[in-house]
Write a protein that binds this ligand. Structure first.
Ligand SMILES: Nc1ncnc2c1ncn2[C@@H]1O[C@H](COP(=O)(O)OP(=O)(O)OP(=O)(O)O)[C@@H](O)[C@H]1O
Ligand SMILES: [Mg+2]
Length: 324
């Protein structure tokens, strides 16, 4: 059986606020199931809840409702100490910036997570030096973060994230502050860890290359996943190549552009249930674009050729229309 490294079940997050606009509901009942060794990208507009999601999934923030299971353990049920231990041995975070402690030099920053796990200082520093070397930062080990460029700081942060050999890396726009060359190097390193060490990645990104590295991408909108995309994702135009998601509660959230094209919120008649397709017909909505009968029966794969049948002669399903 394939192992699940991370699972979220119906998580909500509300930021409480006394301000006039009141509480902000940042996550609205999210489900995610991540197999061990998988790489998933999270894409979506600013304010859609990406960073909130990462913090809830990594146990940095407790979701207002719902549960998160990391490496088979339900984090919502753990004590503070158990949670810290589970996090330390399983997951590392990489944020867009501000990952480093300003008063420690690069090697001390990188060695710190190992020290927290009780590794002796000399040994931790030795491993830190090797990791910095691997990220092309061996020569800058004694510099404090302030003296490093943005890209160098990020490479130190990545070394720090990798030093504990985590099975899962949660990264929030990890290449956002990097120039294209460094960005490519970091991505190559992620690929190496993914392919050769089986490390799982969940990465928030706006980058085409990073999204293409992921096995699949989830599109977040207003605190809900509205669609999944494959490796051919176009981060600039998420309306292309979408697969809609129906979650465990039977909820499907339509991306806003699809909802608009359908005719907005309201009641829809459901047709074609037996065909393995659902077609929704709005009351006042004329079909948009040109529709044609499908060539191949979605239920039994019967080829209609040039026939005009409305019912599949092989399995009796009604023949759906597709837009051309
Ligand atoms: N500490 C907070 N207090 C109150 N509201 C917050 C807080 N942090 C985030 N929010 C709100 O929650 C929603 C989701 O924010 P979040 O930072 O998760 O979005 P994001 O997708 O990461 O955006 P970006 O792409 O800009 O980083 C937004 O409406 C934001 O204003
Ligand atoms: Mg964010």
């Amino acid at each position: 059986m394939e192992q699940t490294i991370l699972e979220a079940d119906g998580i909500y997050h509300v930021y409480e606020s006394k301000a006039e606009d009141g509480n902000v509901v940042a996550l609205r009942g999210l489900h995610i199931s991540m197999k061990s060794g998988e790489a998933i990208a999270v894409v979506g507009p600013s304010g859609s809840g990406k960073s909130t999601l990462m913090k809830c999934l990594g146990g940095l923030m407790k979701p207002s409702a719902g549960s998160v299971t990391l490496d088979g353990k339900n984090m919502t049920r753990l004590t503070g100490k158990e949670l810290v231990e589970l996090r330390q041995k399983t997951v590392s975070f990489i944020f867009q910036e501000g990952n480093l402690l300003p008063d420690l030099n690069a090697r001390d920053n990188v060695a710190q997570p190992l020290r927290h796990q009780g590794v002796k200082s000399r040994k931790a520093l030795k491993i830190a030096d090797a990791m910095l070397e691997r990220l092309g930062m061996g020569h800058r080990g004694h510099a404090i973060p302030e003296l490093l460029s943005g890209g160098e700081q990020q490479r130190v942060a990545i070394a720090r994230a990798l030093i504990t050999q985590p099975r899962l890396i949660l990264a929030d726009e990890p290449t956002g502050a990097l120039d294209p060359v460094t960005s490519r190097e970091v991505l190559a390193l992620f690929k190496d860890l993914h392919e050769n060490d089986g490390v799982s990645f969940l990465i928030v990104t706006h980058s085409k290359e990073v999204a293409a590295f992921a096995d699949r991408s989830l599109e977040l909108r207003d605190g809900r996943f509205v669609a999944e995309h494959g490796t051919n994702i176009d981060v600039e135009d998420l309306t292309k190549d979408r697969e809609l998601i129906i979650d465990e509660t039977g909820t499907v959230t339509l991306p806003p552009d699809i909802l608009v094209r359908l005719g907005g919120s309201g009641r829809y008649t459901v047709g074609n249930l037996n065909s393995g397709y659902i077609s929704l017909q709005g009351e006042e909505v004329e079909s948009i674009g040109n529709l044609e009968l499908v060539d191949i029966c979605p239920a039994c794969k019967y080829k209609f050729e040039n026939k005009e049948d409305q019912i599949c002669p092989a399995c009796g399903s009604s023949r759906p229309m597709v837009e051309v």
